[in-house]
Design a protein around this ligand. Structure first.
Ligand SMILES: Nc1ncnc2c1ncn2[C@@H]1O[C@H](COP(=O)(O)OP(=O)(O)OP(=O)(O)O)[C@@H](O)[C@H]1O
Ligand SMILES: [Mg+2]
Length: 306
């Protein structure tokens, strides 16, 4: 059974006389155990999909299942944790009260909950601020409280909308390590993000979304081996190397190591040439496409958010 299944999900928003097609036959299958990154430009339909999964809004057509149940069935969401795009809470509540409320709503027994709250506030570096009302929190602190509330009950499925957007670099590292740990213990994670390195670092699968539909999925293994069809040819030289080798610019690694990057059809010529001039070949590495290059190619649009 998949953790999430969306089949031909459509959603149109009506704004006065205009219609906005937010989802245009969104199909999504997320297997249990994945950390799935939802990547797409502004307005692609990421938040709309996540809200429909949480039954905060309803699809016009199509079917949406989480953990095998229709998303409209409240039982489906009992073992799910959710962090919305811009979390906001009743601002007179303290951080501890917000996390406690979430634990109660998700049916945690009180003695277990109190222990877990202490643990989780500590994990998210919120212990000192725990008794302060959230109106006195910074944006990053609100994000941390929202995250604590989403994970306090050890959900089977965690859905996060741009969880790392308001965080400083240390906060991002912390969130990523927590997400990895939670996933290792068995929680399936779906999160949307614009921050390509964050997605690249932790996701087992990435879905690229645009215009309300899934354009393509990339697994982490594919990402490792997605080749540009170019090779980096690394060689040792005596310090007297010219600027170009067969018209390819030589770049330096250190004073005796250099490399050229060539298309695969020219690699053999370059290797032959290096042999002729008695430079030792050190390594030949396929050049990897990074996620940003892939994203731009697939979505046909630059990702300028970060
Ligand atoms: N409540 C709403 N009323 C009208 N239009 C909406 C509403 N919510 C979303 N939309 C529109 O639906 C489309 C998809 O929006 P959505 O928020 O899902 O995008 P997103 O991928 O989350 O974008 P972002 O990266 O900016 O968060 C956009 O064109 C948006 O303007
Ligand atoms: Mg969004």
């Amino acid at each position: 059974m998949d953790a999430i299944t969306c089949k031909n999900v459509c959603k149109v928003f009506k704004v006065k006389k205009h219609k906005v097609k937010a989802l245009n036959s969104m199909n999504l299958n997320i297997e249990k155990g994945e950390i799935y990154g939802f990547l797409g430009p502004n307005g692609a339909g990421k938040s709309t999909t996540l809200k429909i999964l949480m039954d905060l809004i309803r699809a016009d057509s199509g079917s949406v299942k989480i953990m095998g149940r229709n998303s409209s069935d409240y039982k489906a969401r009992k073992r799910v944790g959710f962090l919305p795009e811009n979390p906001s809470f009743m601002d007179n509540l303290t951080g501890r009260e917000i996390v406690k409320f979430s634990g109660k709503v998700h049916g945690m027994p009180p003695n277990q909950l109190d222990k877990k709250i202490i643990e989780i506030l500590d994990l998210l570096d919120l212990s000192e601020a725990a008794e302060r009302p959230v109106r006195k929190y910074s944006k990053g602190m609100v994000q941390r409280v929202g995250f604590a509330a989403a994970i306090v009950h050890d959900p089977d499925l965690l859905i996060l909308d741009e969880p790392m957007s308001g965080l400083d670099p240390m906060g991002r590292v912390l969130f990523k390590s927590i997400l990895k740990d939670i996933n290792k213990k068995g929680t399936t994670v779906l999160f949307s993000s614009h921050i390509i390195p964050d997605i690249e670092d932790i996701c087992t699968k990435i879905g690229i979304v645009k215009n309300g539909r899934l354009l393509r999925e990339i697994t982490s293994t594919e990402m490792k081996y997605t080749s540009t069809h170019k090779f980096k040819i690394i060689f040792k030289h005596d310090g007297n190397v010219c600027e170009n080798i067969l018209d390819y610019k030589v770049s330096g690694i250190d004073e005796n190591l250099g490399f050229v990057t060539v298309g695969k059809e020219k690699a053999v010529d370059v290797i032959d040439y290096l042999r002729r001039i008695s430079f030792d070949l050190v390594d030949i590495q396929p050049e990897k496409k990074d996620l940003e290059t892939l994203f731009v190619e697939i979505s046909g649009q630059r990702n300028d958010n970060e």
